[in-house]
Write a protein of this length. Sequence first.
Length: 297
Amino acid sequence: MQFKDYYAALGVTRGADAEEIKRAYRKQARKYHPDVSKEKNAEEKFKDVQEAYEVLRDAEKRAAYDQLGRDYRSGQQFRPPPDWEQRFSQSGGQRFHDINGFSDFFSSLFGGAAGPAGEANGHPEAEAEGGQIEVTVEEAYAGTRRRVTIHDNGRARLVDVQIPPGVTDGQALRVGVGGRGALLLRVKLRSHPTFIPQGKDVHVELPVAPWEAALGAKVAVPTLGGTVELTIPAGAQAGQKLRLRGRGFPGAPAGDQFVVIKLVTPTAETPQAKEAYERMRREFNFNPRAGWPKEPV
């Protein structure tokens, strides 16, 4: 069996922190996702990225991997120590059930033995009853794994489910169950305070000051792939939508992010602020209700 360099798979150094690892995973997952990638051996590389992230995102598994990997390089012949399973179990590490798609190297370290139910790599156990599997918007964007409980002839079993990047609310995932068929699960996205998915697109409400809307401005806007700079055109109106192409969920094609302008009016809490509003009222001579209400046609 060959040693696998998980850091190289994600393109990070051994000193990378959790946030660097997460960013690198998202980048590599988008690059090699079989549905959109034109890279050679994309499917194989995508699996390598998923496997590497499962280890490096988990503090206990990463520490164990680092301990074993000090004297190995990628491709070298590897065999875990004879007492490895006992040492890892005593340290509090949890091992997987029903591993599908991971390498023999991974299974020799973290798979095969029964471990406690309820948590898997920081992911809460999910019930497959009802045919739903719940994920966050961020997890749907980047991809993740979930451990679900299924009921097979009256017996509960744990199965690890791969959720690819770019899944949408209501999308069906077909999960193989022990070679005896497949389980169909539908993705349910948890509500998010900022990002509102609509299919592959994402909507975000952007608070804007009156002078930014009137004069135009450049502001930082969050997206699921990171913060970008958005130009607000002069004369922007409340409810106006600005498009960030390709900034929605990944896919072929990728979705867009729509930024909806929300005007936020500051309160006049000082005499100077009140005078500023009085001056605006005199100078603009503006009636926002001109032509309102409209007569029926």
